[in-house]
Design a protein around this ligand. Sequence first.
Ligand code: PAF
Length: 277
Amino acid sequence: MEVLDTSEAMTAWAAARRGRVRVGLVPTMGFLHAGHASLLDLLRPRCEALVVSIYVNPLQFGAGEDLDRYPRDLEGDLALCAAHGADAVFTPASLYPPGHATRVRVEGLTEGLCGASRPVHFEGVTTVVARLFGLVGCDVAAFGEKDFQQLQVLRRMTADLALPVEIVGGPIVRDADGLALSSRNAYLDPAQRARALSLSRALRALQDAVVAGEHDVAALTALGRGLLDVDALDYLEVVDPQTLRPVARVDGEARALVAASLGATRLIDNVALAAAP
Ligand code: PAF
């Protein structure tokens, strides 16, 4: 496994492979866990050369967010990448060239949910992912469904810009007790971690309620809100999975998404809801 720490090294590695082998990319911000490992496992059989990028992208953090304390563990990350078959790990200290002045912005899909409370976030994500696609020249890239809005925004960007990259979404990986894996779980103290379980419990209750025949979204979100034990609820919404627009009833496919804070830690989670035909 090669470790490439500059954009030039990444470009040279990619140039030697582009058009010859199918290249897969798992973009990450490091502090890797089993959720990231599942994305490597998902792509490994779909490509001949597998790259993981590790870069804490300042552009996607707003003022007062956790850029300065985002957890890091390069040694552990490299071990996980090697164990899950990565051929190269891209670990640039800085990613943007001098004079960088381009921003990629997807409209519509970025306006609600996390976009409403994190106004610069998705522009930062799409800008960095577009640059990573350019540097790595990947044919396929994987992103976790835990960041469901991010996944849909990146699908839109890739289609709109005709980028020749297949986007693959990986299912959410959870701890045995239901907590969705996230690098930010490291911030939680034991009491907060116990309360954080209320996110997945509330979402599961929504799923069960839909299966039991409750299709009215106002009733579903009232149920979910009653089960959440958080310091601040950002949103609990049921949306159309393609448009991310709120729906009033769960008639076909829908997605329930939640974002909430425990102390200074903001957590997100989501589940698919499907009304019985
Ligand atoms: O999901 C993440 O870890 C980040 O938003 C991503 C896609 C690596 C871009 O920095």
